[in-house]
Design a protein around this ligand. Structure first.
Ligand SMILES: Nc1ncnc2c1ncn2[C@@H]1O[C@H](COP(=O)(O)OP(=O)(O)OP(=O)(O)O)[C@@H](O)[C@H]1O
Ligand SMILES: [Mg+2]
Length: 275
């Protein structure tokens, strides 16, 4: 089991209920795309999965650690097994790419090694190999505040590739990349998770990217799960319903040119199966 959320609610400090009655579970190794309109609760859901927020209602069992580890040490051990790719990576501007990537394993290393690594990077070849996978080998010693938004986003991805976590939580991981690079990067993340048997949960703005590459699609709307279906069963009407408040436009980025015909075929298949 990768995670099991049972009746999870999340209320922020101002009293706003961002998540309501979320029940969702995944087996280890599953790859899930979260889609839904802006403000639906995708980041909030990923924050609960990543233990940044504890549910205010219900239970969240992550990576067999039970509902909320009791001690700070147990929570730190759990977090070391979770890799988060943030939409805007929280990387200090003065940090160099090599250090930002090596930070992926700080939670696993003993304190002396973590401290030493901050002063002098201890595994430069490892960081270089991870950056090479996102095509940034030449930026190994670049300062993060001198990288473009898309390059910085790929440094965040390289950090998680280097970390090798059991659970990868990716919050709009390719939002700053052009369509071709976004597709290649999503495929890289999927291939990495597949090769290591890791679980991947990614929130994606572009529905074509989600449906074209993930087997399981979870639609989130107004803090609730709107649907949880195999990609082959997500058709156009369902998507229009999910994004009904967004002016009827589906957020696609033409990563997958055949997306619309594929989703229409899903509709036809569903009709054939049910009628
Ligand atoms: N720290 C916070 N305090 C209060 N409300 C918050 C906080 N963070 C998020 N919210 C609210 O919770 C709701 C869900 O936000 P969340 O960031 O999870 O949505 P999202 O689906 O990730 O949206 P987007 O696609 O724009 O990233 C929104 O209405 C948002 O305004
Ligand atoms: Mg978000």
């Amino acid at each position: 089991m990768a995670f099991r959320l049972n009746g999870v609610g999340l209320a922020y400090a101002n009293g706003f209920d961002a998540l309501k009655g979320i029940t969702l579970q995944a087996a280890q190794g599953e790859r899930i795309a979260l889609i839904g309109p802006s403000g639906a609760g995708k980041t909030s859901l990923l924050s609960v999965l990543g233990t940044a927020w504890a549910p205010t209602v219900g239970t969240a069992e992550i990576l067999d650690a039970g509902d909320r580890p009791r001690s700070a040490a147990a929570l730190a051990r759990l977090r070391a097994r979770i890799g988060t790719i943030h939409q805007s990576p929280p990387i200090p501007g003065r940090q160099r790419a090599v250090t930002a990537v090596l930070a992926g394993r700080l939670g696993r290393w003993p304190a002396w090694k973590s401290l030493a690594s901050l002063i002098y990077p201890l595994d430069i070849p490892g960081a270089g190999a991870a950056l090479d996978r996102v095509d940034l080998a030449d930026k190994l010693f670049a300062r993060c505040d001198q990288l473009s938004g898309g390059q910085l986003q790929r440094v965040g991805i390289a950090r998680v590739l280097y970390q090798q976590p059991d659970l990868i939580l990716a919050d709009e991981p390719v939002s700053a990349l052009d369509p071709a690079l976004a597709l290649a990067t999503i495929r890289l993340l999927i291939a990495d998770a597949e090769a290591r048997g890791a679980t991947l949960v990614a929130s994606l703005h572009a529905v074509d990217l989600a449906i074209g590459n993930f087997s399981r699609i979870v639609g989130v709307k107004a803090g609730r799960i709107a649907f949880d279906l195999p990609a082959g069963e997500v058709g156009i009407p369902l998507l229009h319903e999910l994004y009904a408040g967004e002016g009827g436009e589906l957020p696609v980025q033409a990563h997958e040119p055949h997306f619309l015909s594929q989703a229409a075929a899903n509709d036809a298949a569903t009709r054939a199966a049910c009628c």
